[in-house]
Design a protein around this ligand. Structure first.
Ligand SMILES: [Zn+2]
Length: 224
């Protein structure tokens, strides 16, 4: 599946789970992250590694020479942002980033970082999550599609969920991520999502995952 398909599927599968339009950026970020393992996206990964490496270095230098400026939370955030990029850097295509294990870990890390940034502004923080996984070309296009979805969302605007705090950020990223795995299962190559088990998901399992998604939708509607 290409990026257009992934963005569209991510927004479609994610809309029942969001309560605020900026979460569309998070759905798209989750839907785009797994393909950072692709050679074409290596510039995004390298940029991310330079920035997170720089933040880690600044933190270590502060610790050594200006301990009064050292901040543990900042240091942890820098390490976590490094994990976001080091994983696709070493992954083979449709390898570790296309697994439920990575879905869990990366949604929590990216969601946590976005949550931390949201102290300044939830909308900016969500946009930064999207910037982290796109290059200029992809960012422009995905923002345009997100804004279009935003308009549609405002017209129907019935929120089933009101996730707060960390969940507000983690859940849309995880749903966007899930939509990516579902989309790739539907392709002939399939997807070995159950790592470390060596089992390939194909169309049949893809429909099964969609069935689980439908159940989740009913679940959040019932909660509302
Ligand atoms: Zn993929």
């Amino acid at each position: 599946m290409n990026w257009k398909g992934h963005i569209t599927l991510g927004i479609l599968m994610g809309l029942p789970f969001i309560s605020s339009p900026e979460q569309i950026f998070l759905l798209v970020a989750g839907a785009l992250y797994p393909d950072l393992d692709h050679d074409v996206k290596s510039e995004i990964v390298q940029r991310g590694l330079y920035i997170s490496g720089g933040l880690i270095l600044v933190s270590i230098l502060a610790y050594l020479f200006r301990p009064e400026y050292f901040n543990t939370g900042f240091f942890i955030a820098a390490i976590l942002s490094g994990v976001i990029y080091i994983t696709p850097y070493y992954a083979e295509h449709r390898g570790i980033t296309h697994t439920f294990l990575s879905l869990g870990v990366m949604s929590i890390i990216l969601g946590y970082l976005t949550f931390k940034l949201s102290v300044i502004s939830p909308i900016m923080a969500s946009l930064i999550a999207l910037i982290m996984v796109t290059n200029n070309k992809l960012l422009g296009k995905s923002v345009a599609i997100s804004v279009f979805a935003w308009v549609l969302y405002n017209m129907i605007s019935t929120s089933f969920t009101t996730f707060q705090g960390l969940e507000f950020y983690i859940i849309p990223i995880a749903i966007g991520y899930l939509s990516h795995l579902v989309g790739d299962c539907m392709t002939p190559m399939g997807c070995r999502t159950l790592y470390p088990l060596n089992y390939t998901f194909h169309k049949k399992e893809g429909y099964f995952a969609i069935a689980i998604w439908v159940l989740l939708v009913f679940y959040v509607i019932k909660l509302a």
